[in-house]
Design a protein around this ligand. Structure first.
Ligand SMILES: Cc1ncc(COP(=O)(O)O)c(C=O)c1O
Length: 406
């Protein structure tokens, strides 16, 4: 029908019909564009109804409706699977949508989850508020206390185990090989949030992790302009997730997928620069008299399971505690920053600074925050790609302003 309209004389049709159909579905060039085109379409037309029917029935690969698949989104999934060295990947509209789908694919009412106590705040609340109401109970453990982790997995016999490669905001590194081994011994699926580490630093699938998750909103997109999430894993598990995604519908849009794919290309370069600058910032903070403690993967006050890293890079996140600081001093410090932006996200080209008690962990009261090591003077930095000298000078002037040191 649509092809006939293209070929017939559109001039016979009314203005409204011409406005709707003229110029659409013209033949594509035989020359291929070097970059992936954006396919901003909900619906795909097939050469004939047999083909449409076969795609609907799953007998033939193809596209019919963008909640079920879209070539731009597929390109992002292929790129992420290649980066994480997994069979396949599936993209979502946000990191939280990806986590929700991954957990949902693993559990049924009555299932249990063993999860790290140090999870990103919204992930913690997702388990406690949403999954708990679906009769899926979560047991939170200290992912650094390997004895506690092992005995919880063995006694609870969970359906899923949920950890973060590098925890937020204390930047502790999970012992992925042991967690995978213990989980598989009881038939649990291990989901690992690899957002802070990025595929450049750590590939969790190499250590037996079943589902590797990213909030692509962060380092993968990298420019602070697009939300997204992805789960990477083997073919069977991604098939399960495709079923969830088609029905729960948390898909990413083609334009957002394209922007994210654009970010992917420079992600390794950015992460290398961010890691180099972050290690210099961490070293500078560690010798500053107004700083109590610096958290950086590989530093003494954070424990690391160094074997998971691909090389000696440790990423762009640095946390630290300002000595004797409460809410007022933290606010004055954040206000005084000129290059760092006081924003809650991370992994962007811009450097960002945030107070975890005020942002990511505000759902917990102060006692609960302190119990998991989040003290009132804690600041989390996401190092961008600016000149590192400017970043250090900015931290220096802001610290001088609140304490008038030096
Ligand atoms: C470690 C981690 N996981 C998951 C998320 C959720 O991602 P999104 O905001 O894309 O839903 C975030 C967001 O800050 C995060 O930092």
């Amino acid at each position: 029908m649509s092809r006939q309209l293209e070929r017939e004389d559109l001039r016979r049709r009314g203005a409204a019909t011409r406005a709707v159909h003229a110029g659409e579905r013209i033949p594509l060039p035989i020359e291929r564009s070097t970059t992936t085109p954006i396919f901003p379409t909900t619906t795909f037309l097939h050469p004939d109804l047999e083909s449409l029917d076969a795609v609907f029935g799953g007998e033939q690969a193809g596209y019919n409706y963008s909640r079920h698949g879209n070539p731009t989104i597929r390109a992002l999934e292929v790129a992420m699977a290649a980066l994480e060295e997994t069979d396949d990947a599936i993209a979502f509209g946000s990191g939280m949508a990806a986590l929700h789908a991954a957990i949902l694919a693993c559990v049924t009412a009555g299932s249990k989850i063993v999860a790290s106590r140090e999870l990103f705040g919204a992930t913690y609340t997702l388990l406690q508020a949403i999954f708990d109401s679906l009769e899926v109970e979560s047991i939170f453990v200290d992912q650094l206390d390997l004895e506690e982790m092992e005995s919880a997995i063995a006694s609870v016999r969970p359906r899923a185990v949920l950890v973060e490669t590098i925890s937020n905001p204390l930047l502790n590194v999970a012992h992925l090989p042991l967690i995978a081994e213990w989980s598989h011994a009881v038939g649990a699926t291990v989901i690992c949030d690899n957002t802070f580490a990025t595929p450049v630093l750590v590939n969790p699938s190499k250590f037996g992790i079943d589902l590797v998750m990213h909030s692509t909103t962060k380092y993968i997109g990298g420019h602070g302009d697009v939300l997204g999430g992805v789960i990477c894993g083997d073919t069977d598990r991604i098939e399960d997730l495709i079923r969830v995604s088609r029905l729960a519908g948390g898909v990413i849009g083609p334009f957002e997928a394209w922007l994210t794919l654009r970010g992917v290309k420079t992600m390794p370069l950015r992460v290398r620069q961010q890691s180099e600058s972050a290690s210099l910032v961490a070293a500078w903070l560690a010798q500053h008299p107004a700083i109590d403690c610096v958290f950086y993967p590989g530093y003494s006050c954070s424990t690391e399971a160094a074997a998971v890293f691909n090389d000696d890079r440790r990423g762009g996140m640095v946390s630290f505690e300002i000595a004797n600081a409460g809410r007022d001093e933290v606010f004055r410090f954040l206000d005084a920053l000129e290059v760092f932006l006081p924003g809650t996200s991370l992994g962007d080209v811009y450097s960002l600074a945030v107070s975890p008690p005020m942002s990511t962990h505000r759902a917990l009261d102060e006692d609960a925050q302190v119990a998991i090591g989040i003290n009132p003077g804690l600041i989390r930095l996401s190092i961008g790609i600016e000149d590192v000298e400017d970043l250090i000078a900015d931290l220096d002037q802001a610290l001088r302003r609140i304490y008038r040191t030096g």
